[in-house]
Design a protein around this ligand. Structure first.
Ligand code: SF4
Ligand code: SF4
Length: 434
């Protein structure tokens, strides 16, 4: 074809594309009759997900009933009275930004997001996906047909695993876990405490998504050096992206859904993870432990009105183990974790008495690194290796307190948790930035 003919043909193609009918709307709104569920999927029990969520390793796990309207217990946590919803501005980092922990902490928190070059990149991305149109959006007017509730829960957990989660659970949303009001962003310039908005979310279902913070990385770190917050933000970002995708998918099915992650929460994450059957409360008072990962993870959630069969909350002996262990309290560089023998009652529920001010102050103004996760690193539930004696140890510890003492001693004997394995270190440090 000569140049002249080629030009003519290009012009004709351009003209044709301009006058062609726009089919984009049709592809965005598939006909309801196009939705099919595979026969194999319909026959599958919700007890087993294809992509293997709920890998508890050797640990014995019990399931507990949970009725959010009338609960006296959530997993092993006793509920004794009405639990008041709290304002997001009363959360530790928000209190620090409000100046309640002193001027030095305010100065440190303003610089928090840029403290380490790698953490700064992940921090920026995590907050970018916190934009209102990432966490929420329009719901398809026409509801697509759904499979039975148990299959739908299985499907959502498989989807979470497909998107890269370490575990996914579906639960009934504890109403008290919604904040009463939303505060301004922290760590992104001056904090104006008057800029709050009431939270009116009443979604009944929650999807909990957890992402492992990387075992090789934590074993090569002290838990409070340069990589510490990078680990956190890697898992915050990835769990947040998964939550945003699942929420958008549910809205495309015709149901309301909102993602909650470190860039934009309307809820307190730990009780939601417990309600979703993923974890149990620990001595730290702020972190919940998974039977295999300990609290070596970050999490995000989706709340929705799409009806699914909820998982029951789990317990695996963590409450009793924490009475004996106290390893996180021994190792905490700020002394924030108590050595008490029993939890206290706080806002109508049982909780270990942690000093949030000490923890937050240390994390934001830590001179030797960026933030802290020493308690996460040393906790014996954070599975350090796939050895038979560790498997036997955690299995026994989930059964009895005597075995818990043995596991703790064994963990100390092998130096698990406190070790720094140099050959696992892949990251660079910029100590001059601190
Ligand atoms: S994060 Fe660090 S300072 Fe805070 S409780 Fe854990 S070990 Fe202590
Ligand atoms: S280190 Fe020990 S006391 Fe602390 S949370 Fe883990 S099991 Fe509980």
């Amino acid at each position: 074809m000569n140049e002249e003919n080629q030009k003519r043909q290009d012009q004709q193609e351009i003209q044709k594309s301009k006058t062609a009918p726009n089919t984009a709307d049709k592809t965005l709104k598939p006909s309801v009759t196009n939705v099919r569920y595979s026969k194999a999927a319909l026959q599958k029990s919700n007890k087993k997900t294809v992509l293997k969520a709920s890998d508890h390793g050797a640990v014995f796990v019990k399931r507990h009933a949970y009725n959010p309207e009338n609960a006296t217990q959530l997993s092993s946590t006793k509920i004794v009275g009405p639990i008041e919803r709290i304002s997001e501005t009363d959360q530790g980092f928000h209190k620090a930004a409000r100046g309640i922990y002193g001027e030095q902490v305010i100065k440190a928190i303003v610089k928090l997001g840029g403290k380490h070059p790698l953490m700064a990149a992940l921090f920026t991305m995590s907050h970018a996906i916190g934009a209102p149109n990432f966490v929420d959006g329009p719901v398809r007017a026409e509801k697509l047909p759904l499979p039975p509730k148990d299959l739908l829960a299985t499907h959502i957990k498989d989807l979470g695993m497909f998107l890269g989660a370490s575990e996914v659970g579906v639960g009934l949303m504890p109403p008290h876990a919604f904040y009463s009001e939303k505060g301004p962003q922290v760590g992104q310039g001056p904090y104006d405490a008057s800029k709050t908005t009431p939270i009116t979310n009443t979604h009944k279902y929650a999807i909990g998504i957890i992402v492992d913070q990387s075992l090789p990385t934590i074993t090569s770190s002290t838990g409070f050096d340069g990589i510490s917050s990078t680990q956190s933000y890697m898992a915050y970002l990835n769990s947040g992206m998964i939550a945003c995708c699942i929420a958008a998918y549910i809205r495309n099915l015709g149901y309301s859904a909102r993602a909650h992650h470190c860039g934009n929460y309307e809820l307190i994450i730990p009780p939601v993870m417990v309600a979703c059957g993923l974890a149990e409360m620990t001595r730290t008072g702020e972190c919940v432990a998974h039977p295999r990962l300990g609290f070596r993870f970050k999490s995000a959630a989706v709340t929705t009105d799409m009806p699914m069969e909820p998982d029951k909350p789990i317990s695996f002996g963590a409450r009793e183990f924490c009475v004996t262990c106290k390893k996180c309290a021994d190792e905490c560089p700020s002394g924030a974790i108590s050595h008490d023998d029993q939890p206290i009652i706080h806002n109508g529920y049982e909780k270990w008495n942690t000093n949030v001010q000490k923890c937050t102050t240390f994390r934001v103004s830590n001179k030797n690194g960026a933030m802290c996760g020493r308690c996460m690193k040393v906790c014996p539930w954070n599975n350090k290796e796939e050895s038979w004696f560790h498997s036997v140890g955690v299995a026994a510890a989930s059964k009895s307190q005597l075995a818990a003492r043995l596991l703790k001693n064994m963990d100390d004997f092998f130096g698990y948790g406190t070790e720094v394995i140099e050959e696992n270190k892949w990251w660079l440090e910029w100590p001059e930035l601190f």
